[in-house]
Design a protein around this ligand. Structure first.
Ligand SMILES: O=C(c1ccc(C(O)(O)C(F)(F)F)s1)N1CCn2c(-c3ccccc3)cnc2C1
Ligand SMILES: [Zn+2]
Ligand SMILES: [Zn+2]
Length: 410
């Protein structure tokens, strides 16, 4: 069959260099962010023929210069160079390592460091996201999915944390603004990983050309990493360009599709439409999916819901949407979720959303969060006032009302 012209395809980025980042202890049960995650997702996309229908974008390591658009020179050199080049750089100041309980070495108790392989993997992850974002911005691919690890959204300019070394999404966004400032004026970053992207928020906190919008479990700061409260709205010219949908109330009940659909319908899409971004980058962690135990998730979002959220975002920015894997640890859940997202990106039908979830009204904790967020964001985003009174409706109820409103108008 004749393959469609490139601009109609979905770009896919992957490289097995990213598999080598692993703790010397080799015990995956104490290191949830292990290479099996990436191997499984890549295998699923290959077995289902989704990968063959995509354009495999070139994979390369991010350069020091690229890393340093977000990270300090010290951070980029420390975590971006392996022992050999570090000797050349006579980086005698080795990164401050800690001994982990498992016997391995880490940059903190959670974030393992492999002196031979981590730097290359982390730079490769950033390089893959950068290239895919640029190909999409230039119209060489229609949209994209970067199958990458280690994740990036907790990495701050001068510190690695939470399994993250370089903030790939933030680096790509900064580079797009620097190198394609005429075509790309506004970038929306949506972070649906169940954990707040403290690093990404920090990088763009005073910017109005990058809007960071995160939906995450917050529990009033009692869920990792603890940042991402609803009143964190940005500063200086960035005031209003940081939106946190900070779920609270623990797991009574665990949140699912009904809550995430309501958040998209009443806050995410109205603000995204009003912001009218030229490209949308998604920190696509899948640890909000069912199958994740409490410390690393605890919610019940379905894989089809991630596909639905992807399709929604594709309605904006001329369809220029690039997803990059962040967290997600339950292998079947992250494979199913990645599959639904790539199906959506390719324009395929995604799996139907569960009827029970479409008919279920969001739980009271979620209604409280959505109403609080709307009240806080309304001064900057007046559009969110319009649907404020509908946050408690199920997806079906809301859809019916919208249809009736359309009929009365027409
Ligand atoms: O929850 C986290 C996360 C770190 C990074 C997370 C992420 O947001 O999913 C990312 F960055 F990987 F995408 S989630 N941490 C670090 C690891 N951790 C754990 C661990 C669980 C098992 C083994 C080691 C640590 C429990 N609670 C935490 C806090
Ligand atoms: Zn270990
Ligand atoms: Zn996460």
């Amino acid at each position: 069959a004749v393959s469609p012209p490139l601009h109609l395809t979905t770009g896919l980025a992957y490289d097995n260099t990213m598999l080598k980042h692993a703790c010397t202890c080799g015990n995956n049960s104490v290191h949830p962010e292990h290479s099996g995650r990436l191997q499984s997702v890549w295998a699923r996309l290959s077995e289902t023929d989704l990968a063959s229908r995509c354009h495999r974008s070139r994979s390369r390591k991010a350069t020091q210069e690229e890393l340093q658009v977000v990270h300090t020179e010290k951070h980029a050199l420390l975590y971006g160079s392996n022992p050999i080049s570090r000797q050349k750089l006579d980086m005698n100041s080795m990164p401050s390592f800690v001994q982990m309980a498992c016997g391995g070495v880490g940059v903190d108790l959670d974030t393992t460091w492999n002196d031979m392989h981590t730097a290359a993997a982390a730079r490769m992850a950033a390089g893959c996201v950068i290239d895919l974002a640029f190909k999409c911005a230039k119209g060489e691919v229609r949209n994209g999915f970067a199958v990458v690890r280690p994740p990036g959204h907790h990495a701050e300019p001068n510190s690695p944390m939470g399994f993250c070394f370089f903030n790939s999404i933030a680096i790509a966004a900064k580079l797009l603004r620097q190198k394609m400032g005429n075509e790309i004026n506004r970038i929306l970053i949506v972070d649906w990983d169940v954990h707040h992207g403290n690093g990404t928020q920090q990088v763009f906190y005073d910017c109005d050309d990058v809007l960071y919008l995160s939906i995450h479990r917050h529990d009033d700061g009692n869920f990792f990493p603890g940042t991402g409260g609803p009143t964190e709205c940005g500063t200086d010219r960035g005031l209003g360009f940081n939106v946190n949908i900070s779920w609270s109330g623990g797991l009574e009940p665990p949140l699912g599709d009904a809550e995430y659909l309501a958040a998209f319908r009443t806050i995410v899409m109205p603000i995204a439409r009003e912001y009218n971004p030229d490209i949308i980058l998604v920190s696509a962690g899948f640890d909000a999916a069912a199958g994740h135990a409490a410390p690393l998730g605890g919610y019940m979002v379905s894989p089809a819901c991630f596909g639905w959220m992807t399709k929604e975002l594709m309605l904006l920015a001329d369809g220029k949407v690039v997803l990059a894997l962040e967290g997600g640890y339950d292998l079947p859940a992250i494979c199913d979720s990645a599959q639904e997202c790539v199906k959506a990106l390719l324009g395929d039908d995604i799996s139907a959303l569960n009827d029970i979830e479409l008919n279920r009204r969001p739980c009271q904790n979620a209604i409280d969060t959505l109403q609080k967020t709307i009240a806080i964001q309304a001064s900057k985003w007046p559009c969110v006032r319009r649907l404020e009174h509908t946050v408690g409706l199920s997806a079906y109820q809301a859809f019916k009302i919208e249809r009736e409103e359309c009929e009365t108008v027409t």
